[in-house]
Ligand binder design. Structure first.
Ligand code: ZN
Length: 186
């Protein structure tokens, strides 16, 4: 277990790295917020609703999209943050050489086999995405596409259940709120 100072330094080092890697990216929502807000929110959801304080999990949450969406490799993460963090980030990374539909199918299929750290990050990631699609969806996402997204997120999270009641409950609340908002708009 890292001491408090080491704990803080490691988290900040991960944040700095992720911010630098995502510096030119924006979220897909109408507000086009800076991409780094997303991994920060994922880590925050873990800590707030899941009471997660495991350093490896929080660092991997902050770094969770670096391999998938930037030029970062697993080896980079291993060299800077160690094997455990690199492994969890790899676990939550999609194979981008596959077509999108196939990647989405594989997420549902593979999630039950992930480590607990990776499952926690999946739940928090889907929570943040459901919230974003519910409250500030990409401009070209019609109601059917948003609904399809919520259902897919639920299918992924179904494979992560039974490890963190608080996090799972918060996910369910976010899905319910986002679906309710959908109906109001029609
Ligand atoms: Zn993400």
């Amino acid at each position: 277990m890292a001491g408090r100072h080491e704990y803080a330094l490691n988290l900040l080092k991960a944040l700095e790295f992720a911010a630098e890697k995502h510096r030119d990216q924006r979220r897909k929502g109408v507000e086009a917020s800076p991409y780094i807000n997303h991994p920060i929110q994922v880590a925050e959801v873990l800590a707030t609703y899941g009471q997660v304080d495991d350093l490896t999990t929080l660092m991997a949450a902050i770094l969770h999209d670096t391999i998938e969406d930037t030029d970062t490799t697993r080896a980079d993460l291993e060299a800077l943050f160690g094997d455990a963090v690199a492994e969890v980030v790899s676990e939550v990374t999609d194979d981008k050489s596959l077509p999108k539909r196939e990647r989405k199918r594989l997420q549902v299929e593979h999630t039950p086999q992930l480590s607990d750290s990776a499952k926690l990050i999946k739940i928090a990631d889907k929570t943040c995405n459901v919230r974003d699609v519910g409250s500030k969806p990409p401009a070209n996402w019609d109601e059917a596409r948003r609904k399809e997204y919520f259902e897919w997120a639920e299918a992924v999270v179904a494979g992560c259940r039974g490890i963190n009641a608080g996090l799972e409950q918060h996910f369910d609340e976010c899905v319910a709120a986002s679906k309710a908002r959908l109906k109001k708009e029609v």
